[in-house]
Design a protein. Structure first.
Ligand SMILES: [Ca+2]
Ligand SMILES: [Ca+2]
Ligand SMILES: [Ca+2]
Length: 183
């Protein structure tokens, strides 16, 4: 069973994907995220980057829908989302694959110079893509950046995300990766 803390974090994650803020997830939310990424990055909807991202996010949605949705209504509810994540963290292979894929998306979109590092400004853009005010980056990033070199490497982020998904320690730094999460 998910602990109360884990539940709070997965609800936070749900709210990040609920781009249309209507309390359930569907294909439109994933399209909205791609369109927002295009606005942030100034990509035309005909550009190759846009098209690639669009298909990746639709693929992501279809995978989620197939696994998580228990009805045939093309929606994923919060309850289904929580059940999905409870199963996900008990399946190391699926967890690794999914997080690796999500991380590749983050770097595809935000690591402009392709050096495998994300800066505070890039993290702020990432937060704004997912319905979170970019102002949090200023407060969170220095805590996440544990060696204080102004950058998060892919390995750092993977470790922080692991904490976000698995940890039941209220003080764990990784809990804060996407900003405040308590409701
Ligand atoms: Ca929605
Ligand atoms: Ca970079
Ligand atoms: Ca660092």
């Amino acid at each position: 069973m998910l602990s109360e803390l884990q539940k709070q974090k997965f609800i936070k994650l749900f709210s990040m994907y609920d781009a249309c803020s209507n309390g359930h997830l569907d294909r439109k939310d994933f399209e909205a995220i791609v369109n927002k990424a295009a606005r942030i990055k100034n990509w035309s909807s005909r550009s190759a980057k846009y098209q690639t991202l669009f298909y990746k996010y639709i693929d992501k949605w279809e995978g989620l829908e197939k696994t998580a949705s228990q009805g045939k209504n093309h929606q994923v509810t919060l309850t289904e989302w929580l059940i999905y994540h409870e199963a996900l963290i008990q399946d190391p292979q699926r967890y690794e694959a999914q997080v690796q894929e999500a991380m590749d998306l983050v770097f595809d979109i935000f690591d402009d110079d392709g050096n495998g590092e994300i800066s505070m400004e890039e993290w702020a853009s990432f937060l704004s893509l997912y319905n979170i005010s970019p102002v949090y980056s200023e407060f969170i990033f220095p805590i996440l950046d544990q060696n204080q070199d102004g950058a998060l490497h892919k390995d750092n982020l993977l470790e922080l995300i692991r904490t976000f998904y698995f940890s039941d320690d209220p003080e764990a730094v990784g809990n804060l990766i996407f900003g405040p999460f308590r409701y």
